[in-house]
Design a protein around this ligand. Sequence first.
Ligand SMILES: [Zn+2]
Ligand SMILES: [Zn+2]
Length: 255
Amino acid sequence: MKFPYYKLLILLFPFLVLTSCKNDDTEEIVTDPHAENLKPLGTSAEDILSNDTYTSLTVEFAYSNEYRPLQETIDNFRDFLNARLNKPGGITFVETVIITPLESNYTISEIKELEAEKRTKYTSGNNIALFIFFANANFQNDTNSSVTLGTAYLNTSIVIFEKTLREISDTQGIDLFILEASTLQHEFGHILALVNLLNDDIHQVHEDPLHEHHCVVEECLMYFESTSTRSLLKSRSIPELDPLCIADLQAKGGI
Ligand SMILES: [Zn+2]
Ligand SMILES: [Zn+2]
């Protein structure tokens, strides 16, 4: 066994993203036809939750052939979206099988490059698009004591380290569906700006002072350790959003 996995962390990179955006060539961003999908994490929460600007949503699942998430995970995510998003025009799922290089690990920069090359659905008209890549490799910053399961790295972009999830499922005896669905929903929560990612949540008091942008409620999906092996082995179920997190989403147009 390569990793002891005593404690798994979901890492979040809002400041990394903001910093890298600062260094970007502004001209390039302004003229980029995909500019709507290159914004900082959390900034499209209202657009995704409400039907004010976008009445429908397209979710693109991208994966190399052998790394497709379980059908159960995809169906569960659809139910999760339908329960929270106000999209009268509907939610469409698209699957894109991509040829990925045989990497042993990825940096976020490499994930962004891959997205720029392989993503097929972008926000346009009254449809907002989300890109979720199920990676065939681990995250480069993983260590012996802490690994990253997934990261939301832009306003409509998530990477799930599917290879890592399968390794954990195999070695730790955690149901792959529970692990996939929990990780996916947790990262999507950050796309929806939880917790207090834009400093405008109505219930700021539930933001964990020790783990920023996570929830203090231990049973909540947005608790910083909600997808740790210890927590999932104990509950053997997908953590749900607590009422305060749901209220934050509803304040931004969710249902
Ligand atoms: Zn998190
Ligand atoms: Zn919460």
